[in-house]
Design a binder for this molecule. Structure first.
Ligand SMILES: *[C@@H]1O[C@H](CO)[C@@H](O)[C@H](O)[C@H]1NC(C)=O
Ligand SMILES: *[C@@H]1O[C@H](CO)[C@@H](O)[C@H](O)[C@H]1NC(C)=O
Ligand SMILES: *[C@@H]1O[C@H](CO)[C@@H](O)[C@H](O)[C@H]1NC(C)=O
Ligand SMILES: *[C@@H]1O[C@H](CO)[C@@H](O)[C@H](O)[C@H]1NC(C)=O
Length: 548
């Protein structure tokens, strides 16, 4: 049984007023109370569940989440699952504005897995979950995004929920920690039973922290799917399936030549290496040149008792790096591997930058290997644009030992989406590195063109956006007035979709995805910590982390 309220009742908060907006911000984006489960409230989208989901939630618990998206945007909530006992438990959604709190709905019972969407015409929403005494119930999982993402799916959606040979969806932030199996890998695709958003994180198409658009193509299945740890998600070995899903990306994911030898011996260096003489008097050298993925023999290994070791690779010229694959010693008699590492990069081999976690601006720690022989992949989102790269082990088993392959491409894409010739990369220095006495650009770059390329589309976009918002607002105002005169007061409106396979105007999708791309680019332009050059994944923001 589901109780869907007919209208939003005005509620001048008893329970909710006590939670001030500012305290919600200062304690960080979490739920408040002992009934909160997995929660990730990203800047534009997020995911939240009841405690223990999908296990039974506890008796007598409470959780309240405050959700806020950028001003001027509306929130769009989508249930992935709901199973609450109506006798004692409920979920309430409140719309918040600066002056009022309005109840949008009380939810309990169970959903029959069809999507349930709620549009709220405010950028702030409060969600409250309360349980009394009950025997069973999985609780709930829901996602939200700004209403500019009507293609939002939840973390529970799987490839086999869709029949279309090709489709685009929007993943919310926070799917990595949600239950759901992923089977396969980026290169050949995933078993169609894989959880879509989690597979997209595994593939390096989206970041868990942000979510984003995914473009999926369905292909004929494989007889077997490999399991590999990638971006912190472990995919499992999978068996034969009818179909597999492949993520469309820009193709910047080619091996850059550690394995095939395009990167020569003199281009690989390290702080130290291990060598010893075996029983036959032969020197066994774990030199930097041994750090080549899939090449038999020992790996690079650091000399003993050294701290702050690194392995450095010179790519010859600046390239777009979108990922790295690592393994350990690969020799059964040496259980050496690097468990975690940092990455730094440089354009000249002199000035180095640590790859930062864009969330908290500290050096990102990548999860490396968990044994001496399996491969682990990490993607750089945003991509790195550099000539030199260092892998700096942070923790390891027995001894630092690693083989690597770098993934990326020569292709560079400017902010306007034009492909640049690799020999003439665009080069903008970080603000912090710009010296008033130094010329900012040393390469042969036409700044005027660059400026026009950035500023003109930007101004155009701003004008278009303002026009759009204005039109939208005036339309809405008109609508509200109409409703007002007919005596109805709907603060929020719900939309019940019958099925995942809802028909959709392709025109709308096309225009929407275009708009989305533009919005991402705009965000990027505003971001100080990022420059914009090579594309990282499918629909990732078109920029690289930093350039030196
Ligand atoms: C809630 O309490 C009731 C009665 O004490 C008990 O039977 C039930 O198992 C409890 N439910 C949960 C989920 O702990
Ligand atoms: C390799 O690194 C070592 C240690 O930092 C340094 O002394 C040496 O000059 C480097 N060699 C090359 C070819 O860059
Ligand atoms: C800026 O210039 C000063 C002196 O000209 C120099 O000492 C400093 O290292 C420069 N800073 C950067 C970031 O290049
Ligand atoms: C959406 O794009 C199509 C062409 O791709 C165009 O014909 C249509 O007018 C556009 N719709 C809007 C609302 O801009």
């Amino acid at each position: 049984m589901i109780m869907w309220p007919v209208l939003c009742a005005l509620r001048l908060g008893t329970l909710l007023v006590e939670i001030s907006f500012s305290s919600a911000k200062s304690t960080g984006p979490r739920g408040r109370g002992d009934g909160c489960g997995h929660t990730l409230l990203g800047p534009d989208s997020g995911t939240l569940t009841s405690r223990n989901y999908p296990g039974t939630y506890p008796n007598h618990t409470l959780c309240e989440w405050q959700i806020q998206v950028p001003e001027g945007k509306n929130i769009f909530v989508k249930f992935g699952d709901l199973d609450l006992q109506c006798t004692s438990d409920y979920l309430k959604i409140f719309k918040k504005t600066s002056s009022s709190i309005t109840e949008c709905g009380t939810y309990c019972g169970s959903l029959n897995l069809d999507s349930r969407e709620i549009h709220i015409d405010s950028n702030e929403v409060s969600i409250q979950f309360k349980s009394g005494s009950h025997i069973s119930g999985r609780g709930f999982l829901l996602s939200y995004a700004t209403s500019s993402h009507p293609d939002l799916i939840t973390c529970l959606d799987k490839g086999n929920h869709y029949d279309e040979p090709q489709f685009s969806k929007n993943c919310p932030a926070g799917c990595k920690a949600v239950i759901g199996e992923v089977s396969g890998d980026f290169s050949q695709g995933y078993r169609h039973t894989s959880a879509l958003c989690k597979a997209a994180i595994h593939a390096g198409v989206i970041l868990d922290r942000l979510g984003g658009n995914i473009d999926v193509v369905q292909h004929k299945g494989l007889s077997r799917y490999p399991g590999i740890l990638a971006n912190g998600v472990l995919s499992k070995d999978g068996s034969l399936s009818d179909k597999r899903i492949v993520f469309n990306t820009n193709g910047c994911n080619q091996p850059l030549g550690m394995e095939l030898g395009h990167i020569a011996e003199h281009q690989i260096n390290a702080t130290s290496f291990w060598q010893w003489t075996d029983a036959n008097g032969q020197t066994v050298s774990w030199s930097p040149n041994k750090a080549r993925l899939n090449v038999p023999g020992p790996s690079w290994a650091a000399a003993e008792g050294e701290s702050q070791q690194w392995l450095q690779i010179d790519l010859g010229d600046r390239k777009c790096l979108t990922g790295i694959i690592t393994t350990g010693s690969t020799l059964p008699s040496f259980h050496f591997y690097v468990e975690t590492y940092k990455v730094s990069f440089s354009k000249d081999g002199q000035k180095w930058k640590t790859y930062k976690d864009s969330n908290n601006n500290v050096g990102q720690i990548f999860k490396g290997n968990t044994d001496y022989y399996q491969l682990t992949r990490n993607n750089f989102i945003p991509a790195i644009f550099a000539r030199y790269i260092r892998v700096i082990p942070q923790s390891w088993n027995q001894r630092i030992a690693i083989k690597v392959e770098l993934i990326g491409c020569q292709q560079i894409r400017s902010i306007t989406g034009n492909k640049q010739k690799p020999t003439h990369p665009i080069d903008i220095q970080d603000k912090e590195n710009v010296n008033s006495t130094d010329p900012v650009i040393t390469n042969d770059i036409n700044y005027g063109i660059l400026l026009i390329a950035i500023v003109v589309p930007f101004v155009l976009l701003v004008v278009l956006t303002i026009l759009g918002i204005y039109t939208f607002k005036s339309l809405r105002k008109k609508k509200t007035q109409d409703i007002g005169t007919s005596g109805q007061k709907t603060a929020c409106w719900k939309q019940f979709k019958q099925s995942f396979k809802r028909p959709q105007s392709t025109e709308f999708t096309i225009n929407y995805s275009h708009e989305k791309e533009i919005l991402q680019k705009l965000d990027v332009v505003r971001s100080d910590s990022s420059d914009i050059y090579c594309t990282a994944g499918g629909h990732l923001p078109h920029y690289v982390q930093t350039k030196i």
